[in-house]
Design a protein around this ligand. Structure first.
Ligand code: S3P
Length: 176
């Protein structure tokens, strides 16, 4: 039985890496945001708009408990998932591996500046405001991320060619 859970800041590549890792290992891939959107037939920004962040976090916790129980999966969490309730301890208590994809704030700002996904927490920020926000919130969030069983630096994974290197490093880290 295998269960690999990826955590890390928005824009660190959790979804891209998770999808490729699942493919390489022959596991089912889940992205928690997508799972939430599928279960509730609503996009994440709509849920934020209707229920506020608090409402989203409750729902996110419930869905985490649903999907993380599945076996033989790679699960990519949302950037905030490990930082609310006892979510990170819960993930670590499951049979499997938790991995923090660590990434430099400058690189995160670049990825998020280019990204097409609508993210309510950073909507409308200028590049300077974005980098400042990332630095501050990463500082608050990192203690949670660092509880993961493995930490992998992905700051240099700035293009798709390098994803294979990342997948190899990740497989080494988790002994697969
Ligand atoms: C969030 C990250 C998003 C999504 C929501 C909140 C966060 O997921 O869950 O917008 O608090 O960092 P990604 O990390 O996949 O962008």
């Amino acid at each position: 039985m295998q269960r690999i859970i990826l955590v890390g800041y928005m824009g660190s590549g959790k979804t891209t890496v998770g999808r490729q890792l699942a493919k390489a290992l022959g596991l089912q891939f889940y992205d928690l945001d997508w799972y939430i959107e599928m279960r509730f037939h609503k996009r994440v920004p709509e849920i934020f708009a209707e229920k506020g962040e608090e409402g989203f976090r409750d729902l996110e916790r419930r869905m985490l408990h649903e999907v993380a129980e599945f076996e033989n999966i790679v699960l990519s969490c949302g950037g905030g998932t490990p930082c609310f309730f006892d979510n990170m301890d819960y993930m670590n208590s499951l049979d499997g591996d938790t991995v923090y994809l660590r990434c430099d704030p400058k690189v995160l700002a670049q990825h998020l500046g280019m990204g097409r996904t609508e993210r309510p927490l950073i909507k409308g920020k200028s590049p300077q405001e974005l980098e400042q926000y990332i630095r501050e919130s990463l500082h608050q969030r990192e203690p949670f991320y660092l509880k993961a069983k493995h930490v992998l630096d992905v700051s240099l994974m700035d293009n798709y060619d390098k994803i294979n290197i990342t997948i190899d490093l990740l497989r080494k880290a988790i002994g697969q």
